[in-house]
Design a protein around this ligand. Structure first.
Ligand code: NOJ
Length: 774
C-alpha cells in the first residue's frame, strides 16, 4: 500500500476515506489491463456517464500553482472535483498532496495531471531553442528533449507546454528566442524531434512528458513583432509556411495543443472554430486535447468579440477549447450556459473526453503516482548536482554555437598567456540560461568567466573587467526588472560608464587577446519583450569601440535570443561567435570553441538584418517583378536606397575553423517523372587543416508556377563530419513531393515544368542545377 505523503497528512487528509491511492488507481488499472483502445473509450464513456455537470466542468480547469489560489484552498477544490490539472509546481512533494486529494477525496477519483513549461531543459538547462536549431542536428534536439523529460518526470511532472514551433520572421518579437527560427522545413524537423524526445516511446511512460505543441497558430507573425498582437495572413502563406511545424509536431504524436493568444484574420485563435475544429480536428485529424493560453478566454472580451464572460465562455467551448488555463470563465459560466440550453452538454462532454483521454495517454489512470512516486523516495535535495546532465548540456551548447567571423584565423586562441575576459554578460549566470529556463538554477550554471578560468587553469591567466552595464537606460532596466522573475535580474554596477570602460581598457592592454561577451540580458529576449532596436545597447557599443582602440585581437561573444544588427561588430571584430543563451554548461562550451577543443559547426536558423528598417529579411521570400540583385545595384528595384540590401548574415550561415568546398551538382537525370525519383549530389571536401562538421543544405526553386513561389525553399540538409582532406558525396533524393506547394485553391500539388536545385553551405552561396518535372 502506498504511504500517504506527510504533506497530505499535514493538510488533514488523514481524515479522508481510507482508500489508498494504489487501490484507487488499480480500479482503473484493472480495466486498462485488458488493453486496447476500446477500453480507453469504455473507461472514459463510463466516467462521463457518471459525472455531474460540475465535475465535468472541473476537468476543464487548469490552475496555475501559486498566484491563483493558496494550497489549502486548491486541495479543497480538487477534492470537490473542481480542478482537472495544475501547472508550475516542480517537485514530487508539491504535487503529491494534490494528487492525493484527487484520487482519495474526490468522488470519482479522477487523477490530476501536472504540467510545466519545460522548453529547453528542466534542472539541466540546454541552449535556447534557437540555439538548438543552430545545431541542425535533429538527434541532438531529440536527446535534449528526452533528457528534459526524464528530469521533469522525476519531479512529478506529466506534461510540458512545448515545443514552441512558431515561425518567427520578425526579430523584434521577444519570443523569437523560444522557437526554432524562420524556416518551415527546419522548424518542422525540430518540432518532430522535440516531440519524439519529450514523449519517448509513449507519453504514458514514467519518464516521458506529454508534449503540447504551441502556440496554435501563427503567434510568430504578430504585427510589428509586438507580442500578443494581431495576425492577418493569406491562406497560402499560412498553409505553405506557418502551419507545417504544428502539423509536424502533431504527426509525431504530440498529445496536446496550446492555443495562441493572437487573432487570425479577425478571429482570436481562442474563439476560432475554423482553426480549432475545421483545420485541427477535421482536416488534420487531431485526436488530442487543446488548452487555452494563460487567461485567453477572458481576453476575448478585450479582443472585442465577447461582451461579457458568458459570451467568452460560449465562444471558446464552441470553438473547441478543451481546457481553460488560469481563467475562471468556464467555471463561472458553463453551468448556466448548459442549464439554459445555450450550450449543449454534448460540447462539454467532447472536451471532457479529450481531457480524460490525455490523462489516460499520460498513463495516469493506470497509476496516478507514476511520476510522483512515494514520499520515502523523494530526492533529499531536488537541486542536487547529481540530478544534472552536465556532459550532455556541454555537448549541446558546443553544437549550438555559430562562428560569424574569424579574420586572420584569430580563433582558436592558444591556451597560454593572458586573456582579458570583459563585458556585462561575461559573469552572468542568470542570463546564460535564457528565458523559460524551467527549474534551472543560476548558481549551477557556468558563466563564460568561469568557463575561461577552467580552460586556462594552470596554462594561462584570465583577467576580468565588467566594462559596462547591459544598458544604462533606466527605463529599460526598470522594465526588465518588472518582468515576472523571482528577484530583480538586472543589477546595475554603480560606477560611471567612463570608469568601467577605463578599467576594461586597462585590463585589455595588459592581455594578449580580448574576449568580450555582449548582447541582451535574458529578459530582453522573452515573452512581452518586443524591441524597437536590434543593436547592442549604447553602453555596450561604447565598450566595444574603446576596446578596439587597444589594437589587441578582439573576440566578440554574442549572447542574445534573436538576430541583432551587429554591423560595426561584423566589420571590427577579429572574430565573432553567436552563442545565443547556451545553458547550464554554456561557459565551458564557449571556452571549448574559443580554444579549439570544439570546431564550431552551427548554422544560423534565422537571417540577421542589417537594420531594423529592413525587416523582414527571411531568405525564402516570394519572387517579385523588380527584384534587387545583390552586387548589381539598379534603380527601380526593390531595395532601401540608404544602405546595402540583403541580410547581414544569411539563413544557414556559419563558419568553421576549417574550410570546405562544394562541387557542381550532379543530377541522375534532367527529367523527373511523376512517382519517380532523381538524385542530386555534390561532393563536399574539407580543404582546411582541422577536422570539422558542416551542414550541406538543399534548396528548391520553382521556375514558373501558377502562383508566385519563393526564391528558394529549404527541402533537406545533411550534417557531415570530415577529416582534413576528406571528401564525401552527399545525395539528396528529389520526388514529386519535394516540389509540392499550395496552389490558389489550396490544393497541395506539384506543377510540371522547370525547377532549380540549389545546394550549398548557406542559403546565399549555392551551386545550381535545373531539371524538369514531366
Ligand atoms: C503564457 C505563455 O504564452 C505560454 O507559452 C506558456 O506556456 C503559458 N504562459 C504557461 O506558462
Amino acid at each position: 500500500m502506498r504511504m500517504l505523503s506527510t504533506l497530505a497528512l499535514a493538510a488533514g487528509l488523514a481524515c479522508a476515506p481510507l482508500i489508498a491511492p494504489t487501490s484507487v488507481s488499480s480500479a482503473y488499472a484493472a480495466d486498462i489491463q485488458a488493453t486496447g483502445k476500446s477500453d480507453k473509450q469504455a473507461l472514459i464513456a463510463d466516467l462521463i456517464g457518471r459525472m455531474t455537470l460540475d465535475e465535468k466542468i472541473g476537468q476543464l480547469r487548469l490552475i496555475s500553482i501559486g498566484p491563483e489560489m493558496p494550497q489549502p484552498q486548491l486541495i479543497k477544490e480538487i477534492a470537490a472535483g473542481r480542478v482537472g490539472g495544475t501547472f508550475n509546481s516542480i517537485t514530487q512533494a508539491e504535487n503529491r498532496p494534490l494528487q492525493d486529494a484527487a484520487v482519495m477525496q474526490s468522488r470519482l477519483k479522477i487523477p490530476m495531471f501536472f504540467a510545466y513549461d519545460v522548453v529547453h531543459g528542466h534542472r539541466t538547462v540546454f541552449p535556447i531553442s534557437l540555439g538548438l536549431a543552430s545545431s541542425w542536428d535533429m538527434g541532438l534536439v531529440e536527446k535534449t528533449a528526452r533528457i528534459s523529460a526524464v528530469e521533469a518526470a522525476a519531479d512529478g511532472i506529466d506534461a510540458t507546454f512545448a515545443p514552441m514551433v512558431d515561425i518567427s520572421r520578425d526579430p523584434r518579437w521577444g519570443r523569437t528566442s523560444e522557437g526554432f527560427g524562420e524556416d518551415p522545413y527546419l522548424v518542422s524537423q525540430c518540432a518532430r524531434a522535440s516531440v519524439k524526445g519529450f514523449q519517448g516511446a509513449s507519453p504514458a511512460n514514467a519518464d516521458s512528458l506529454m508534449a503540447f505543441v504551441k502556440h496554435f497558430a501563427l503567434y510568430g507573425a504578430v504585427e510589428g513583432g509586438r507580442d500578443y498582437n494581431t495576425v492577418d495572413m493569406s491562406l497560402q502563406r499560412m498553409y505553405q509556411d506557418y502551419l507545417p511545424p504544428y502539423r509536424a509536431g502533431l504527426d509525431a504524436g504530440a498529445g496536446g495543443v496550446m492555443i495562441a493568444l493572437n487573432s487570425i484574420n479577425g478571429q482570436p485563435a481562442t474563439s476560432n472554430r475554423w482553426l480549432l475544429h475545421d483545420l485541427l480536428r477535421k482536416e488534420w485529424g487531431f485526436k488530442g486535447v487543446t488548452v487555452s493560453d494563460h487567461g485567453a478566454i477572458d481576453e476575448l472580451l478585450r479582443h472585442g468579440v465577447a461582451s461579457n464572460g458568458r459570451e467568452a465562455a460560449k465562444l471558446a467551448i464552441e470553438a473547441g477549447v478543451d481546457i481553460s488555463m488560469a481563467d475562471t470563465r468556464y467555471l463561472e459560466q458553463l453551468p448556466t450556459l448548459v442549464k439554459s440550453g445555450a450550450v449543449p452538454v454534448a460540447l462539454i462532454d467532447d472536451a471532457v473526453r479529450e481531457v480524460l483521454g490525455a490523462k489516460y495517454d499520460m498513463g495516469l489512470f493506470a497509476d496516478p503516482f507514476r511520476r510522483i512516486g512515494v514520499a520515502a523516495q523523494d530526492p533529499a535535495d531536488v537541486d542536487a548536482e547529481s540530478r544534472l546532465h552536465r556532459a550532455e548540456a556541454r555537448e549541446a551548447a558546443r553544437k549550438s554555437i555559430v562562428l560569424l567571423e574569424n579574420r586572420n584565423q584569430t580563433l582558436p586562441l592558444r591556451k597560454s598567456g593572458k586573456v582579458a575576459v570583459i563585458g556585462p554578460l561575461t559573469d552572468a549566470q542568470i542570463d546564460i540560461l535564457g528565458s523559460w529556463s524551467a527549474a534551472g538554477k543560476p548558481r549551477q550554471s557556468v558563466s563564460l568567466l568561469q568557463g575561461m578560468r577552467d580552460a586556462l587553469a594552470g596554462k594561462g591567466e584570465v583577467i576580468y573587467a565588467r566594462g559596462a552595464n547591459v544598458t544604462d537606460d533606466a527605463r529599460v532596466v526598470g522594465y526588465l526588472n518588472f518582468l515576472n522573475w523571482d528577484s530583480p535580474e538586472v543589477v546595475q554596477d554603480k560606477r560611471s560608464p567612463g570608469e568601467m570602460i577605463d578599467e576594461a581598457v586597462r585590463t585589455a592592454r595588459d592581455a594578449d587577446a580580448i574576449v568580450v561577451a555582449v548582447g541582451e540580458s535574458r529578459g530582453m529576449s522573452h515573452e512581452a519583450s518586443s524591441r524597437t532596436s536590434l543593436s547592442l545597447p549604447g553602453s555596450q557599443e561604447a565598450l566595444l569601440k574603446a576596446l578596439k582602440t587597444t589594437g589587441k585581437p578582439l573576440v566578440v561573444v554574442l549572447m542574445n535570443g534573436r538576430p541583432l544588427t551587429v554591423n560595426w561588430e561584423k566589420d571590427n571584430a577579429d572574430a565573432m561567435l553567436e552563442t545565443w543563451y547556451a545553458g547550464t554548461e554554456g561557459g565551458h562550451a564557449i571556452a571549448d570553441v574559443l580554444f579549439g577543443d570544439e570546431n564550431p559547426s552551427g548554422k544560423l536558423p534565422v537571417s540577421f538584418p542589417r537594420s531594423i528598417g529592413q525587416i523582414p529579411t527571411y531568405y525564402n521570400h516570394l519572387r517579385i517583378g523588380r527584384p534587387f540583385t545583390p552586387g548589381k545595384p539598379a534603380n527601380y528595384t526593390s531595395q532601401y536606397f540608404e544602405e546595402e540590401s540583403g541580410p547581414l548574415y544569411p539563413f544557414g550561415y556559419g563558419l568553421s575553423y576549417t574550410t570546405f568546398s562544394v562541387s557542381e551538382i550532379r543530377l541522375s537525370s534532367p527529367k523527373l517523372a511523376r512517382n519517380g525519383t532523381i538524385n542530386a549530389s555534390v561532393t563536399v571536401k574539407n580543404t582546411g587543416k582541422y577536422a570539422g562538421e558542416t551542414v550541406v543544405q538543399f534548396y528548391v526553386q520553382d521556375v514558373t508556377a501558377s502562383v508566385v513561389r519563393p526564391v528558394k525553399e529549404l527541402k533537406g540538409f545533411r550534417k557531415v563530419l570530415l577529416a582534413p582532406g576528406e571528401s564525401r558525396a552527399i545525395e539528396f533524393p528529389v520526388t514529386e513531393d519535394t516540389l509540392k506547394f499550395y496552389n490558389a485553391r489550396l490544393e497541395y500539388v506539384a506543377e510540371p515544368g522547370d525547377f532549380n536545385l540549389q545546394i550549398g553551405l548557406d542559403s546565399a552561396s549555392v551551386r545550381e542545377a535545373r531539371f524538369t518535372l514531366e
